[in-house]
Write a protein that binds this ligand. Structure first.
Ligand SMILES: [Zn+2]
Ligand SMILES: [Zn+2]
Ligand SMILES: [Zn+2]
Length: 148
């Protein structure tokens, strides 16, 4: 492995967090000269180590993105944690069996099994049949209703 060193911070090691549930991770990632984060001007998505061209969250151009140096103890996204890996696998199985993914405006996400009438309706409307994945964006969900 070769890494371009940061002029002041050398290898610039950072601990990680799980990109899915944001729990603290165990890995150490060496950022070296890429010890910065760029913020997408459209969706405020954070790109660690920088990004050229398009934002990988919203697809807009990263032109004019703000860039700042990472703090020494700032965590960066790493691998999925074990429970997220397991949950993601379970979700994939539910979706492959005819369910759908959903994502709420509040940031919550999950899956609906094929037993929900909405799951079948969404698949029919989009003409996407199992096991192909399909997702739905919703305005509210049980987790934001609880908060309200
Ligand atoms: Zn996780
Ligand atoms: Zn974006
Ligand atoms: Zn919600």
């Amino acid at each position: 492995m070769s890494i371009k060193l940061h002029p002041k911070k050398g290898l610039a090691p950072h601990l990680t967090f799980c990109p899915r549930c944001h729990k603290e991770g165990q890995e150490i990632v060496l950022m070296g000269a890429k010890n910065f984060v760029s913020i997408c001007p459209s969706c405020q998505g954070r790109h660690f180590g920088g990004s050229q061209g398009k934002c990988h969250f919203c697809g807009d151009s990263m032109y004019g993105a703000q860039r700042r140096e990472l703090d020494d103890f700032e965590r960066i996204p790493g691998e999925l944690c074990l429970s997220c890996q397991q949950e993601e696998k379970k979700h994939r199985e539910i979706v492959e069996a005819g369910g759908i993914y959903w994502k709420c405006k509040c940031g919550a996400f999950g899956v609906m099994t094929k037993e929900y009438p909405l799951a079948a309706k969404v698949r029919e409307a989009a003409n996407v049949s199992a096991p192909n994945p399909i997702g739905l964006e919703v305005e509210n969900c049980p987790s934001c209703e609880k908060k309200a």
